[in-house]
Design a protein around this ligand. Structure first.
Ligand code: SAM
Length: 277
Protein backbone atom coordinates (compact mmCIF):
# COMPACT_ATOMS: atom_id res chain seq x y z
CA UNK A 1 0.00 0.00 0.00
CA UNK A 2 1.05 3.58 -0.60
CA UNK A 3 0.89 6.73 1.54
CA UNK A 4 -2.10 7.83 -0.51
CA UNK A 5 -4.19 4.86 0.67
CA UNK A 6 -7.61 6.45 1.09
CA UNK A 7 -9.00 3.92 3.56
CA UNK A 8 -9.59 5.72 6.83
CA UNK A 9 -9.60 2.82 9.20
CA UNK A 10 -8.54 -0.77 8.99
CA UNK A 11 -11.42 -3.04 8.21
CA UNK A 12 -11.85 -6.63 7.16
CA UNK A 13 -10.19 -6.71 3.77
CA UNK A 14 -7.53 -9.21 2.81
CA UNK A 15 -8.73 -11.99 5.08
CA UNK A 16 -10.73 -14.93 3.89
CA UNK A 17 -14.19 -14.84 5.41
CA UNK A 18 -15.86 -17.99 6.68
CA UNK A 19 -18.96 -19.04 4.76
CA UNK A 20 -21.37 -17.89 7.45
CA UNK A 21 -24.43 -17.03 5.43
CA UNK A 22 -26.68 -19.97 4.56
CA UNK A 23 -27.96 -18.09 1.50
CA UNK A 24 -24.49 -17.61 0.01
CA UNK A 25 -24.71 -20.53 -2.44
CA UNK A 26 -28.05 -19.28 -3.76
CA UNK A 27 -26.80 -15.70 -4.08
CA UNK A 28 -23.61 -16.85 -5.83
CA UNK A 29 -25.68 -18.81 -8.30
CA UNK A 30 -28.15 -15.99 -8.97
CA UNK A 31 -25.49 -13.27 -9.31
CA UNK A 32 -23.35 -15.57 -11.48
CA UNK A 33 -26.31 -16.15 -13.80
CA UNK A 34 -26.98 -12.41 -13.97
CA UNK A 35 -23.30 -11.73 -14.76
CA UNK A 36 -23.80 -13.71 -17.98
CA UNK A 37 -27.00 -11.91 -19.07
CA UNK A 38 -26.41 -9.84 -22.23
CA UNK A 39 -28.33 -6.84 -20.86
CA UNK A 40 -26.19 -6.77 -17.73
CA UNK A 41 -22.98 -7.04 -19.73
CA UNK A 42 -24.12 -4.29 -22.09
CA UNK A 43 -24.85 -1.75 -19.37
CA UNK A 44 -21.58 -2.58 -17.59
CA UNK A 45 -19.66 -1.96 -20.83
CA UNK A 46 -21.47 1.39 -21.12
CA UNK A 47 -20.64 2.26 -17.49
CA UNK A 48 -16.95 1.44 -17.86
CA UNK A 49 -16.69 3.55 -21.00
CA UNK A 50 -18.46 6.52 -19.36
CA UNK A 51 -16.32 6.37 -16.24
CA UNK A 52 -13.25 6.94 -18.48
CA UNK A 53 -11.00 5.11 -16.04
CA UNK A 54 -7.27 5.57 -16.56
CA UNK A 55 -4.27 3.60 -15.26
CA UNK A 56 -3.22 4.72 -11.80
CA UNK A 57 -6.66 5.92 -10.72
CA UNK A 58 -8.64 4.89 -7.65
CA UNK A 59 -12.08 3.36 -8.26
CA UNK A 60 -14.77 1.90 -6.02
CA UNK A 61 -17.46 -0.68 -6.73
CA UNK A 62 -20.05 -0.30 -3.97
CA UNK A 63 -21.96 -3.53 -3.28
CA UNK A 64 -19.50 -5.45 -5.45
CA UNK A 65 -21.16 -8.84 -4.90
CA UNK A 66 -19.08 -11.58 -6.51
CA UNK A 67 -16.48 -9.03 -7.63
CA UNK A 68 -16.97 -9.60 -11.37
CA UNK A 69 -17.11 -5.91 -12.29
CA UNK A 70 -14.53 -5.00 -9.65
CA UNK A 71 -11.95 -7.22 -11.41
CA UNK A 72 -12.73 -5.52 -14.74
CA UNK A 73 -12.14 -2.14 -13.07
CA UNK A 74 -8.90 -3.42 -11.53
CA UNK A 75 -7.64 -4.25 -15.03
CA UNK A 76 -8.33 -0.66 -16.10
CA UNK A 77 -6.54 1.03 -13.18
CA UNK A 78 -3.58 -1.34 -13.55
CA UNK A 79 -0.79 -2.11 -11.13
CA UNK A 80 -0.41 1.53 -10.02
CA UNK A 81 -4.08 2.14 -9.36
CA UNK A 82 -6.47 0.88 -6.73
CA UNK A 83 -9.84 -0.83 -7.04
CA UNK A 84 -11.93 -1.02 -3.86
CA UNK A 85 -14.91 -3.33 -3.54
CA UNK A 86 -17.36 -2.55 -0.74
CA UNK A 87 -19.43 -5.60 0.21
CA UNK A 88 -21.35 -6.08 3.47
CA UNK A 89 -22.45 -9.68 2.85
CA UNK A 90 -19.77 -11.96 4.40
CA UNK A 91 -20.34 -14.86 2.00
CA UNK A 92 -20.21 -12.68 -1.13
CA UNK A 93 -17.23 -10.81 0.25
CA UNK A 94 -15.44 -14.12 0.81
CA UNK A 95 -16.21 -15.16 -2.77
CA UNK A 96 -14.89 -11.85 -4.16
CA UNK A 97 -11.79 -12.07 -1.96
CA UNK A 98 -10.96 -15.53 -3.31
CA UNK A 99 -11.36 -14.33 -6.90
CA UNK A 100 -9.15 -11.31 -6.26
CA UNK A 101 -6.38 -13.31 -4.57
CA UNK A 102 -2.97 -12.13 -5.74
CA UNK A 103 -4.28 -8.89 -7.25
CA UNK A 104 -2.31 -6.23 -5.37
CA UNK A 105 -4.44 -3.36 -6.62
CA UNK A 106 -7.71 -4.84 -5.31
CA UNK A 107 -9.05 -4.29 -1.79
CA UNK A 108 -12.38 -5.78 -0.72
CA UNK A 109 -13.86 -4.14 2.33
CA UNK A 110 -16.82 -4.69 4.61
CA UNK A 111 -18.91 -1.54 4.55
CA UNK A 112 -22.16 0.25 3.96
CA UNK A 113 -22.99 2.40 0.96
CA UNK A 114 -24.27 5.10 3.32
CA UNK A 115 -21.07 5.30 5.40
CA UNK A 116 -18.04 4.45 3.29
CA UNK A 117 -14.65 3.95 4.97
CA UNK A 118 -12.94 6.18 2.40
CA UNK A 119 -11.59 9.69 2.70
CA UNK A 120 -13.34 12.71 1.17
CA UNK A 121 -12.11 13.57 -2.32
CA UNK A 122 -10.02 10.40 -2.63
CA UNK A 123 -11.75 8.46 -5.43
CA UNK A 124 -11.76 9.05 -9.20
CA UNK A 125 -14.72 6.83 -10.09
CA UNK A 126 -17.57 5.08 -8.31
CA UNK A 127 -19.82 2.41 -9.70
CA UNK A 128 -22.78 0.89 -7.92
CA UNK A 129 -25.04 -1.67 -9.60
CA UNK A 130 -28.36 -2.98 -8.30
CA UNK A 131 -27.64 -1.90 -4.73
CA UNK A 132 -29.94 1.13 -4.32
CA UNK A 133 -33.04 -1.11 -4.53
CA UNK A 134 -31.80 -2.68 -1.25
CA UNK A 135 -31.19 0.61 0.60
CA UNK A 136 -33.54 2.22 3.11
CA UNK A 137 -31.73 5.55 2.68
CA UNK A 138 -30.44 5.72 -0.92
CA UNK A 139 -29.92 9.49 -0.64
CA UNK A 140 -27.32 8.89 2.10
CA UNK A 141 -25.44 6.63 -0.34
CA UNK A 142 -25.59 9.20 -3.16
CA UNK A 143 -24.29 11.83 -0.70
CA UNK A 144 -21.44 9.49 0.29
CA UNK A 145 -20.44 8.96 -3.33
CA UNK A 146 -20.34 12.74 -3.83
CA UNK A 147 -18.22 13.09 -0.69
CA UNK A 148 -15.54 10.55 -1.68
CA UNK A 149 -15.20 11.68 -5.33
CA UNK A 150 -12.38 13.98 -6.40
CA UNK A 151 -13.48 17.17 -8.18
CA UNK A 152 -14.26 16.03 -11.74
CA UNK A 153 -14.65 12.42 -10.53
CA UNK A 154 -17.43 10.31 -12.02
CA UNK A 155 -20.10 8.00 -10.70
CA UNK A 156 -22.38 5.54 -12.47
CA UNK A 157 -25.45 4.18 -10.73
CA UNK A 158 -27.26 1.24 -12.27
CA UNK A 159 -30.52 -0.03 -10.87
CA UNK A 160 -33.72 -1.85 -11.56
CA UNK A 161 -37.22 -0.40 -11.46
CA UNK A 162 -39.44 -3.31 -10.41
CA UNK A 163 -42.59 -1.57 -11.70
CA UNK A 164 -41.28 -2.56 -15.15
CA UNK A 165 -41.29 -6.32 -14.51
CA UNK A 166 -43.18 -8.38 -17.11
CA UNK A 167 -43.70 -12.11 -17.53
CA UNK A 168 -45.54 -13.84 -20.37
CA UNK A 169 -47.22 -16.57 -18.33
CA UNK A 170 -49.45 -16.87 -15.29
CA UNK A 171 -52.91 -15.62 -14.45
CA UNK A 172 -52.64 -11.81 -14.46
CA UNK A 173 -54.16 -11.45 -10.97
CA UNK A 174 -51.76 -14.00 -9.50
CA UNK A 175 -48.72 -12.45 -11.18
CA UNK A 176 -49.77 -8.94 -10.10
CA UNK A 177 -50.18 -10.04 -6.48
CA UNK A 178 -46.86 -11.92 -6.47
CA UNK A 179 -44.86 -9.03 -7.95
CA UNK A 180 -46.55 -6.49 -5.66
CA UNK A 181 -45.55 -8.63 -2.66
CA UNK A 182 -41.99 -8.89 -4.00
CA UNK A 183 -41.83 -5.08 -4.34
CA UNK A 184 -43.09 -4.65 -0.78
CA UNK A 185 -40.18 -6.77 0.46
CA UNK A 186 -37.62 -4.43 -1.15
CA UNK A 187 -36.79 -1.17 0.65
CA UNK A 188 -36.55 0.78 -2.63
CA UNK A 189 -38.28 -1.15 -5.46
CA UNK A 190 -38.51 1.87 -7.82
CA UNK A 191 -34.78 2.56 -7.44
CA UNK A 192 -34.15 3.00 -11.18
CA UNK A 193 -36.40 6.03 -11.69
CA UNK A 194 -35.00 7.85 -8.63
CA UNK A 195 -31.28 7.65 -9.41
CA UNK A 196 -31.05 10.89 -11.37
CA UNK A 197 -32.80 12.93 -8.74
CA UNK A 198 -30.72 11.46 -5.90
CA UNK A 199 -27.44 12.20 -7.68
CA UNK A 200 -28.57 15.78 -8.39
CA UNK A 201 -29.58 16.26 -4.74
CA UNK A 202 -26.09 15.10 -3.77
CA UNK A 203 -24.72 18.13 -5.65
CA UNK A 204 -23.46 16.21 -8.69
CA UNK A 205 -23.80 17.21 -12.33
CA UNK A 206 -26.06 14.57 -13.83
CA UNK A 207 -25.83 13.56 -17.48
CA UNK A 208 -29.35 13.85 -18.93
CA UNK A 209 -28.75 10.84 -21.20
CA UNK A 210 -30.09 8.06 -18.98
CA UNK A 211 -29.37 4.60 -20.37
CA UNK A 212 -31.74 1.66 -20.08
CA UNK A 213 -31.29 -2.04 -20.64
CA UNK A 214 -33.52 -5.05 -20.22
CA UNK A 215 -32.60 -7.91 -17.98
CA UNK A 216 -34.15 -10.77 -19.92
CA UNK A 217 -34.10 -14.07 -18.06
CA UNK A 218 -32.57 -16.81 -20.18
CA UNK A 219 -34.41 -20.13 -20.48
CA UNK A 220 -31.60 -21.56 -18.36
CA UNK A 221 -32.29 -19.01 -15.61
CA UNK A 222 -36.05 -19.47 -15.82
CA UNK A 223 -35.76 -23.24 -15.70
CA UNK A 224 -33.44 -23.11 -12.68
CA UNK A 225 -36.02 -20.87 -10.97
CA UNK A 226 -34.01 -20.42 -7.76
CA UNK A 227 -35.00 -16.82 -7.17
CA UNK A 228 -38.57 -17.40 -8.25
CA UNK A 229 -39.03 -20.41 -5.99
CA UNK A 230 -37.78 -18.44 -2.97
CA UNK A 231 -40.18 -15.61 -3.82
CA UNK A 232 -43.12 -17.97 -4.32
CA UNK A 233 -42.46 -19.63 -0.95
CA UNK A 234 -42.39 -16.21 0.72
CA UNK A 235 -45.62 -15.26 -1.04
CA UNK A 236 -47.27 -18.44 0.25
CA UNK A 237 -45.91 -17.83 3.75
CA UNK A 238 -47.29 -14.28 3.96
CA UNK A 239 -50.67 -15.25 2.46
CA UNK A 240 -50.18 -13.44 -0.87
CA UNK A 241 -50.64 -16.67 -2.85
CA UNK A 242 -52.15 -20.05 -2.10
CA UNK A 243 -49.93 -23.06 -2.63
CA UNK A 244 -52.13 -24.08 -5.58
CA UNK A 245 -51.71 -20.67 -7.22
CA UNK A 246 -47.93 -20.82 -6.78
CA UNK A 247 -47.74 -24.41 -8.06
CA UNK A 248 -49.92 -23.56 -11.10
CA UNK A 249 -47.72 -20.59 -11.92
CA UNK A 250 -44.54 -22.67 -11.59
CA UNK A 251 -45.83 -25.48 -13.82
CA UNK A 252 -47.15 -23.04 -16.42
CA UNK A 253 -43.76 -21.32 -16.52
CA UNK A 254 -41.89 -24.62 -16.91
CA UNK A 255 -44.26 -25.66 -19.73
CA UNK A 256 -43.67 -22.32 -21.49
CA UNK A 257 -39.88 -22.61 -21.09
CA UNK A 258 -39.92 -26.15 -22.51
CA UNK A 259 -41.98 -24.88 -25.46
CA UNK A 260 -39.54 -21.98 -25.99
CA UNK A 261 -42.34 -19.48 -25.29
CA UNK A 262 -41.45 -17.99 -21.92
CA UNK A 263 -40.45 -14.34 -21.58
CA UNK A 264 -39.60 -12.46 -18.44
CA UNK A 265 -37.87 -9.10 -18.18
CA UNK A 266 -37.26 -6.03 -16.06
CA UNK A 267 -35.70 -2.68 -16.97
CA UNK A 268 -32.44 -1.45 -15.47
CA UNK A 269 -31.42 2.19 -15.73
CA UNK A 270 -27.90 3.60 -15.79
CA UNK A 271 -27.12 7.19 -14.80
CA UNK A 272 -23.79 9.01 -15.06
CA UNK A 273 -22.86 12.02 -12.93
CA UNK A 274 -19.75 14.09 -12.32
CA UNK A 275 -18.54 16.04 -9.31
CA UNK A 276 -18.17 19.73 -10.13
CA UNK A 277 -14.64 21.11 -10.24
C1 SAM B 1 -28.21 -7.58 -6.58
S1 SAM B 1 -26.69 -7.62 -5.72
C2 SAM B 1 -25.64 -6.81 -6.91
C3 SAM B 1 -24.19 -7.17 -6.74
C4 SAM B 1 -23.26 -6.56 -7.79
N1 SAM B 1 -23.27 -5.11 -7.74
C5 SAM B 1 -23.66 -7.03 -9.17
O1 SAM B 1 -24.14 -6.19 -9.95
O2 SAM B 1 -23.54 -8.23 -9.45
C6 SAM B 1 -26.87 -6.39 -4.45
C7 SAM B 1 -25.60 -6.17 -3.66
O3 SAM B 1 -25.77 -5.05 -2.77
C8 SAM B 1 -25.13 -5.36 -1.57
N2 SAM B 1 -25.68 -4.46 -0.53
C9 SAM B 1 -26.86 -4.57 0.10
N3 SAM B 1 -26.99 -3.58 1.01
C10 SAM B 1 -25.86 -2.82 0.93
C11 SAM B 1 -25.39 -1.67 1.60
N4 SAM B 1 -26.12 -1.07 2.57
N5 SAM B 1 -24.19 -1.15 1.26
C12 SAM B 1 -23.45 -1.74 0.28
N6 SAM B 1 -23.85 -2.85 -0.40
C13 SAM B 1 -25.03 -3.39 -0.07
C14 SAM B 1 -25.46 -6.83 -1.38
O4 SAM B 1 -24.67 -7.44 -0.39
C15 SAM B 1 -25.21 -7.35 -2.77
O5 SAM B 1 -23.88 -7.65 -3.00
Amino acid sequence: MTDTEPVLHQVSFERAEPEVASDTDLLEHILGTQDRMPGVRRIRDWARAELSIRPGQTVVDVGCGLGTELLELADLVGAHGMAYGIEPHPGLRGHALRRAAGREQVRIIDGDAGALPLAAGSVDAVTCERVFQHLHDPQAAADEFARILTPGGRVVLIDTDWETFVVSVGRPGVVARAIAAFRRRLPNPRAGRLLRCQLARAGLLVDPDVVGTLIVWSDEALRAMELLRVQLEMAIADGTLTRDEADDFESELIRAVDAGEAFCSVTMYGVLARKPG
